[in-house]
Design a protein around this ligand. Structure first.
Ligand code: FMN
Length: 178
């Protein structure tokens, strides 16, 4: 089972840390899981120009294909201006319309405004559903205060939700293969 995590933060590390935790939790549940975390600050995904994927640079080509070849994709983003980051949206814009068909897609967000816990429901979930991804019932929003100064998670309830999300994506993916 291939599980790809995408961290859509170019500034801080909380998103990366949460996606990493989800990937580790899935490996605890399924020892056959092969995971990879793609941090968008480490790759040069070009802006979408409406051209075929082969016309873009190697990073763009590889990141899109890693998503297409995965069984589960965990999308992580900080909340920016009551939405997802432009970096993550640009990557999603590269995906063909059936890119997430027969795949499970987890959502992990972090923000400093509690009221924005539903942002992913309106700004990310519809995009993943449009791309035919199966979105679990659990999605995660973590307030930035759930982390200490070195970006470790200090909120036990968040750890438990991360494990619950890992369990649900794994179960859903197993169900898709029956
Ligand atoms: C440009 C920018 C816009 C932001 N807008 C919001 C926002 O609308 N709502 C919110 O809850 N947090 C907002 N934040 C705060 C970040 O979402 C928050 O600090 C998050 O935990 C950072 O995650 P990271 O460490 O992965 O970068 C914003 C931060 C930046 C840099």
């Amino acid at each position: 089972m291939k599980i790809v995590g995408v961290s859509g933060a170019l500034a801080g590390w909380k998103t990366n840390v949460m996606v990493h935790h989800v990937l580790e939790a899935t490996k605890q549940i399924n020892s056959n899981a092969v995971t990879e975390l793609i941090d968008l600050r480490d790759v040069e995904v070009e802006f979408v120009r409406g051209e075929p994927l082969a016309f873009y640079n190697e990073d763009t080509f590889q990141v899109v294909n890693k998503i297409i070849e995965a069984d589960i994709i965990i999308f992580g983003t900080p909340i920016y201006q009551a939405s997802i980051t432009g970096a993550l949206k640009n990557l999603l814009d590269h995906l063909p319309v059936n890119a997430l068909k027969q795949k499970v897609t987890g959502i992990v967000t972090t923000g400093s405004v509690d009221k924005h816990f539903l942002v992913s429901e309106y700004h990310l979930k519809p995009v993943l559903s449009y791309l035919k991804g199966l979105v679990p019932t659990i999605s995660i929003f973590a307030h930035s205060e759930s982390f200490n100064d070195v970006n470790e998670i200090v909120d036990q309830a968040l750890i438990e939700r991360i494990h619950a999300l890992a369990a649900e994506v794994t179960q859903l993916q197993a169900g898709l293969n029956k």
